[in-house]
Design a protein around this ligand. Structure first.
Ligand code: C2O
Ligand code: CU
Length: 494
């Protein structure tokens, strides 16, 4: 259901998802995308003349989801999990109307997109929350091609079924593949006995008395669960009963079909809240081509780690048969794994518990990829720097940045036009996916990311060009850590 052939793309079928109005559509696919590093992201509140407009309506509402025969109550965009793929071409203007039919306020955040601040979806920072029964229209230009997703930025709503892929096509992409599969990974607990809000309450209760201040911040204690393979240390706090690919458990997997010999582009999105996965396709090597939307020097791997909020694109030349596409939760000892099936020919499907041998060898750590030349920031020196220290502990359950929880910590500041260096260091014993809104940053290698896994005690000097005025969030993409305080604001002073 999330597969789309190259032919469909070329035929201009907008695919499964966009009940799109092509309102201001006139010129066929010739957006001239000026390198954004020179220009900054477009911040117009309305489409410019000739700019193609992609429209979509999304209703956030309660839904009963069937997990291989188990009915769970959750919240979703429309009638499925993940929500419908939203698809546009780089340079398009997106106009997405959110109708809130949830019993709680919500917003949508367009994860990884360098968009105008007003559309970023952070309540209390860029907009008021959308109240039950209310609606909000998100309008922005998507300047960069790549694989993205969207989700609420309210509480721990991300850990319900409120997430969906956002694919921005590249008008200059040669498209050396025959088909494309969007692969969305998730950890699932909602409706199985606890809601995500109750999970957070429990984590705080289990953390015990808060002695006040950031006394516990620093090394902290381990969670007692979620001990992952090296290098991740303590990799997660929450025990999940299910892990899903495209909303389905391994006992009722999605079947991705193609013909033997075809080249397929995988767009792998980790929309989990508390789970790093190791991803492998049994019987195949994957060529990793993009990280967080941006091209990398292609690397052939048997398996890759993907942290919460990260995306990797890979191409695979398919063999003949039936193969498990497995996402193995790092450091989780119950709940099994996530799995879809790739079918190109006859054969009986592997068991839901199958472990492809590709998972036995070395696993690529995405931050070690090298950027494609086109993805590098221009050479220049940094103008200013800020420290970004990730701290916290399980007991008490308290996570923060720069010595305090969000709201008590000092916002980071930058002036428009500056190159900002963030000296990011993880001073805790857990791994945290560090995510920055409205910008993509460069690691010391030049690799462009918007979300990067930071292992215990790991540090990165992260550079970004301050070309997108506004107030932005920087936070851990473990939604429970973020909600417990592991966020900080980045504010433009000019
Ligand atoms: Cu996907 Cu502020 O996050
Ligand atoms: Cu974290």
């Amino acid at each position: 259901m999330t597969s789309l052939s190259r032919r469909d793309l070329l035929a201009g079928g907008m695919g499964l998802s966009i009940s799109a109005g092509l309102a201001a559509c006139s010129t066929p696919n010739t957006p001239s995308v000026t390198p954004s590093s020179l220009l900054g992201p477009p911040t117009g509140a309305a489409p410019s003349p000739g700019q193609r407009v992609v429209e979509q309506s999304l209703t956030a509402r309660p839904l009963t989801l069937d997990l291989g025969g188990r009915q769970v109550a959750t919240w979703a965009y429309g009638d499925r999990v993940p929500g419908p793929v939203l698809r546009a071409t780089a340079g398009d203007f997106l106009r997405v109307t959110l109708q809130n039919e949830l019993p709680a306020p919500t917003t949508i955040h367009w994860h990884g997109i360098r968009l105008r601040n007003e559309a970023d979806g952070v309540p209390g920072m860029t907009q008021d929350p959308v109240e039950p029964g209310g609606r909000f229209v998100y309008e922005f230009t998507a300047p960069d091609p790549g694989t993205y997703f969207f989700h609420p930025h309210v509480g721990v709503q991300l850990d319900r079924g409120l997430y969906a892929p956002l694919v921005i096509d590249d008008p200059d992409e040669p498209g050396a593949y025959d088909a494309e599969w969007v692969v969305v990974l998730d950890d699932w607990i909602d409706g199985t006995g606890a809601t995500p809000d109750e999970v957070l309450e429990q984590l705080i209760a289990d953390g015990g008395e808060d002695s006040g201040g950031m006394g516990g911040m620093g090394h902290g204690s381990m969670g007692g669960m979620g001990m992952g393979d090296p290098p991740w240390g303590d990799a997660g706090d929450v025990i999940y009963p299910h892990f899903l690919v495209n909303g389905r458990p391994p006992t009722d997997p999605e079947v991705l079909s193609a013909r033997p010999g075809q080249r397929v582009r995988l767009r792998i999105i980790n929309s989990a809240s508390d789970t790093i996965f190791t991803v492998a396709l049994g019987g195949h090597r994957m060529t990793i081509t993009h990280s967080d939307g941006f091209p990398v020097e292609p690397v052939d791997v048997e398996a890759v780690y993907i942290g919460m909020g990260e995306r990797y694109d890979a191409t695979v030349t398919l063999r003949d048969g039936v193969f498990p596409l497995v996402a193995c939760p790092v450091g989780k000892t119950s709940g099994g794994q996530a799995m879809a099936l790739v079918r190109t020919g006859a054969g009986s499907p592997p068991a839901p518990t199958v472990t492809p041998s590709e998972l036995d060898g070395p696993v690529l750590i995405g931050s070690q990829l090298q950027p494609a030349e086109a993805a590098r920031l221009p050479q220049r020196s940094t103008d200013t720097s800020e420290d970004l220290v990730l701290q916290g502990s399980m007991r008490p359950y308290r996570w923060g940045i720069n010595g305090a929880v969000y709201g008590e910590n000092e916002p980071l500041t930058v002036e428009r036009g500056q190159r900002l260096r963030l000296n990011a260091v993880n001073m805790s014993m857990m791994t945290h996916p560090l995510h920055i809104h409205g910008h993509t940053f460069a690691l010391p290698s030049g690799l462009r990311k918007d979300t990067v896994l930071m292992a215990p005690m790991q540090s990165f000097a992260i550079d970004l060009d301050a070309d997108n005025t506004g107030d932005w969030m920087i936070h851990c993409h473990n939604v429970y850590h973020a909600e417990a305080g592991m966020m900080i604001a980045l504010e433009y002073t000019t």
